[in-house]
Design a protein around this ligand. Sequence first.
Ligand code: PEP
Length: 251
Amino acid sequence: MNRVSLIAGNWKMYKTVPEAVATAAQLKEAVKDISGREIVIAPPFISLHPVSQVIKGSNINLCSQDVFWEEEGAFTGQISPGMLLSAGCTYTLIGHSERRQYFGETNETVNKKTKKSIDQGLKVIVCIGEALEEREAGKTFSVLEIQISEGLKGLTPVHMDSVVIAYEPVWAIGTGKTATAAQAEQAHQFIRGKLKEQFDTGVAEKIRILYGGSVKPDNIDQLMAEKNIDGVLVGGASLKVDSFSRIVKFT
Ligand code: PEP
């Protein structure tokens, strides 16, 4: 199965609005000749609309870092899928480990956000991954299994056309410790196998599974050489145009 590679940059809580606009403009220029792979950036909420104006008509897609599961209402501080679409997003991240760790995200809220976002017309990048203690206790696969079964519960194969999974071992995020390409490939194979059980072979073969965790220009080529790694979700190295564009241009 030929899956289009996807390279996503999560800017986390970095960059003011003018900085985000300037970075997006530089990135647009740096990657303008790239085709045949999907490029996604996730700036902070406040910069989504201004950045959308900069990248309009380019090969860069816009993504939010979170979303809420209601369409509108008295939910102070929350942003709905429809609002994100109106700001120019085509994607949202859901269930990033920092949301799980600091903001009470659970598999149940991941599930609600995923369903609502897809029903409203967004594509989703659902993040899963084990913590260091879980890996050391030999629980990596059982944690991934629960995150998949609960996070994607009740979705149909049609919903799954709008889902990308990001496998991000928590111990590798922002720590400089990358899973080896072999460790990542093993987890990706497991995830694809679980998706086959929960849905069907078609879903499992079509879905893109990204790796995330200290991806840098010097490890991207090795990671992308693995059969089940269909792209990457990049934090720190996505903040600078030279490192992110090198990652986008993996060989
Ligand atoms: C992330 O934010 O999803 C991430 C993987 O961060 P980093 O690349 O900095 O480890």
